[in-house]
Ligand binder design. Structure first.
Ligand SMILES: [Fe+2]
Length: 201
């Protein structure tokens, strides 16, 4: 077990460079409004990914067979943000989803991810009209951010044989979100989804 001071309220997993990572994120999160915070966090994450002092726990390199893994490594008791490592086996990905109105900064730690942003064009009750608004292939050391209402996207590890690892910093723990199931053409149906976390140890 390499978890320390872990409680159900504030996960806090120990790993080399954990203090450095938390101090750097703390400094970015107090940068100001959400635009300033996410810009600071993108720079911070890019730096941390290349920092050899920071070694995420071994578990984050282990995919889980039937779903991409979400392991919460840290939750700030003072600032409220949540740090989640995600592990993407070959071909694993998300449906189109939102982030419950929370800003988020996501960095690729290892491997490569395909991220497609969607623009919301129209809405009819629980039916949503989205259009893919460009995608990127993000490699190690790259980071991007989402600020609501521009929060609709998919993430996928398109590699047939390599695992990808990403680190996500959310304004607050994201325990539920909306997922959008394709219906016809560019129309999707919203479904509420609860987000579970996998054990980080
Ligand atoms: Fe997401």
């Amino acid at each position: 077990m390499n978890a320390q001071h872990e409680s159900p309220d504030c996960p806090d997993v120990d790993f080399p460079g954990r203090d450095k990572l938390v101090a750097a994120i703390d400094a970015a999160v107090i940068a100001g409004d959400e635009h300033a915070v996410t810009a600071a966090l993108r720079n911070t994450l890019c730096r941390l990914i290349k920092d050899r002092d920071v070694q995420l726990p071994a578990c984050v390199h282990e995919p889980i067979q039937d779903h991409y893994a979400r392991r919460e490594l840290y939750r700030s008791p003072d600032l409220g943000y949540s740090v989640v490592a995600m592990t993407w086996g070959p071909g694993q990905g998300t449906p189109l989803h939102d982030h419950s109105g929370l800003w988020c900064v996501e960095g690729v730690w290892d491997g490569e991810l395909e991220i497609v942003q969607f623009e919301l064009l129209d809405r009819d009750g629980e039916r949503f009209h989205f259009r893919a608004a460009g995608g990127i292939h993000a490699g190690p050391g790259s980071a991007g951010s989402l600020i609501p209402p521009h929060e609709y996207h998919t993430i996928r590890n398109a590699s047939p044989d390599h695992v990808a690892v990403s680190l996500h910093i959310y304004k607050a723990p994201m325990e539920c979100c909306s997922k959008f199931a394709p219906q016809r053409g560019e129309w999707f149906v919203r479904e509420s989804a609860e987000l579970a976390t996998d054990e980080a140890a």
